[in-house]
Design a protein around this ligand. Structure first.
Ligand code: AHR
Length: 619
């Protein structure tokens, strides 16, 4: 195979600028069953019986019991329906099929809780195989009576082979009528948090060392209508007081993953929240006119900021303390809406200005982000105020990222608003919003990872003013019907999870970055590289992407270094473009780390075809 001969020059004489400490982060929303059926560890699907107005979806009869939704005498107004179960004989009851099954593993304790009434004797809870032949865990709960009572129980498995082939059942000791409300079951969670997060998914995220988390959307922030926006006040407090709401991706959200859970999630990852506030525009075009009509939404946002950052002496800070977290969270950025370039009414400039002024008046230190970036027509951008940052979204073909990345940010005004690339991701060929993409695997192949990495070199090279960036979407439940968008970074079912090649590309970039930017240039090919330096140690992080099918023999020249250690660490992700990871082959494409020697201020290195490489040099 013919090699290309190239020269990569790294000027280490003087850093050109600082790398933003928040550069690498995560973006999240309820899409693809990201929380319910994903990160949020709740295992019971349709726990509040609100998913379907007529039927108890995901619940079925055990032994011929009759099931119906009941609106009589609910637990409270947030739980307007219960499941009425008529058991004509002993040992009848109900089964829940979970989010495409349940994660059954050995010696695991599952915590159940539910509201119940009815004179049916003691209740038996099980986790059992769908055919009922294998009982994985079983426990008995004492009899209840006519009034609602909350019961809790623990089910513990013995030595079992891991499986998702399971249902959760509740059966009665005696014939009679039983009512159930908010039936919940949690496996062990990350940091053992009650109402917490799935451990394997958290581990994948923590391993990326994200500096921030952009939440709660995305489209999920906006909702299809104003009534279906992310109405944060309805997402806090005990889960039995959260009514949940319809999410714009076609299913109902429990809101078990509420505002406080987002913040705890940040805390657990050592990341900072980047808050999107609802800004008076929803996806189907409903909008709120700037002026007095918008005032209630401005207040809603100010109170949300107070809930996050206020001391316990403030109204909403006190509420946060009551909810279990007296310590305020650190917040620097507030984003006003999401993708408001879709708002054809032309109201964004006015809406943004009203939010901007109100936020700055009460919280002058906060940076306020506009959702219309330079990638949108100038006519759509905010003009009446100068946003502190612009959120730009890039969903592009890998080949387009590769072509554009060498120069993309060169035309930007470095002194202009910061750039927050709040959503980006490469697809191989077919755009996410086109129907043929539905027949492709949920997670992308190495081809997309090469495009992602190319774009990351561009963002990192400009990470003084591209202060934050985050791939989207983060999660996908790979079961049939679980996905609304591809490609996604992390795939899972009830039991297992894996990262796409793009996950490993991101990890290679986000976990090895210095605090100073160095000037880098390449002769002989377009520049798909970036170099940062750790000022304390002098360590250089050289990132280089070779997207082509020809090896690239590169002479690496370090200018302005007195010495360089002859041994260096090389981490590389390399694979043919069609190769990918999947549930069956979760680690087919992962990075490998090796040591190389013979490094000098001028040394040769050959980057293999279709590769993403990190070289760590000690200077
Ligand atoms: O990431 C998927 C969707 O893409 C987001 O919800 C939206 O902001 C964008 O259009």
């Amino acid at each position: 195979m013919k090699k290309q001969n190239l020269t990569l020059t790294i000027d280490a004489t003087k850093a050109t600028s600082k790398v933003s400490p928040l550069h690498y982060g995560l973006m999240t929303e309820e899409i693809n069953y990201s929380y319910d059926g994903g990160l949020y560890a709740e295992l019971i699907r349709n726990r509040a019986f609100l998913n379907d107005a007529k039927n108890p979806a995901h619940w079925s009869s055990v032994g011929g019991a009759t099931l119906m939704l009941d609106t009589e005498g609910p637990v409270n107004t947030a739980l307007p329906k219960s499941l009425k179960v008529e058991c004509m004989a002993p040992s009848l009851g109900v089964a829940n099929d979970g989010y495409w099954g349940f994660p059954i593993t050995s010696s695991t304790s599952y915590k159940a809780s539910f509201f119940v009434r009815g004179s049916v004797g003691a209740l038996t809870l099980t986790l059992q195989s769908r055919d009922g032949k294998t009982i994985y865990a079983k426990t008995r709960v004492p009899a209840v009576g006519e009034g609602w009572i909350k019961r809790t129980a623990t089910l513990k498995t013995g030595n079992v082979a891991p499986t998702t082939d399971a249902v959760f059942t509740i059966t009665t000791e005696k014939p009679g009528t039983l009512w159930l409300s908010l039936v919940s079951l949690f496996p062990p969670t990350w940091n053992n948090r009650p109402n917490g997060f799935r451990r394997d998914l958290m581990q994948l995220l923590v391993d990326l060392k994200p500096a921030f988390l952009r939440f709660p959307g995305g489209n999920y922030l906006e909702g299809n209508t104003i009534a279906e926006r992310f109405d944060w006040k309805k997402t806090i407090g005990p889960i039995e007081t959260r009514p949940g709401h319809m999410c714009p991706w076609g299913y109902r959200s429990t809101d078990g993953m509420g505002l406080l859970e987002f913040l705890l999630w940040c805390e657990d990852m050592g990341a900072e929240p980047v808050l999107g506030v609802y800004a008076g525009y929803s996806l189907r075009g409903e909008f709120v006119k700037p002026g007095p009509d918008l005032e209630p939404y401005i207040q809603e946002a100010l109170e949300e900021i107070e809930y996050i950052t206020g001391s316990v002496s403030t109204k909403w800070g006190a509420q946060r303390a009551k909810d279990g977290h007296p310590k305020p969270f650190n917040l620097q950025y507030v984003e006003v809406g999401n993708e408001d370039f879709f708002d054809r009414s032309g109201s964004y400039d006015g809406r943004f200005a009203q939010f901007f002024d109100a936020i700055k008046a009460k919280y002058p230190h906060l940076k306020v982000v506009s959702t219309v970036g330079n990638e949108q027509p100038a006519s759509k951008r905010v003009k009446s105020r100068t946003p502190d940052a612009l959120d730009e979204h890039y969903y592009r073909k890998a080949a387009d990222f590769i072509r554009d990345s060498p120069t993309h940010f060169d035309r930007y005004d470095r002194k202009g608003p910061e750039i927050f690339v709040g959503e980006w991701g490469a697809h191989e060929e077919i755009a996410p919003w086109l129907p043929p993409s539905r027949s492709l695997p949920a997670t992308p192949s190495m081809k997309a990872a090469l495009g992602d990495a190319a774009f990351m070199t561009a963002m990192e090279r400009h990470s003084d003013f591209v202060t934050m960036q985050c791939y989207a979407p983060l999660f996908v439940n790979i079961n049939p019907g679980g996905r609304q968008w591809r490609p996604d970074l992390i795939g899972y079912d009830a039991l297992r999870s894996y990262g796409a090649p793009s996950y490993y590309a991101l990890k290679l970039f986000s976990t090895s970055v210095g605090d100073e930017l160095l000037k880098v240039s390449l002769t002989g090919a377009p520049l798909l590289a970036s170099v940062t330096r750790q000022s304390k140690t002098g360590k250089l992080f050289v990132k280089y992407v070779n997207p082509g099918e020809t090896p690239q023999a590169v002479s690496i020249q370090l200018m302005g270094v007195k010495s360089v250690k002859s041994e260096a660490t090389v981490t590389m992700l390399a694979a043919p473009p069609d190769e990918t990871n999947s549930m069956e082959k979760p680690t087919q494409v992962v990075s490998k780390t090796v040591k190389i020697s013979g490094v000098k201020p001028e040394f040769a290195y050959t980057f293999p075809p279709h590769s993403i490489t990190l070289i760590q040099l000690e200077t």
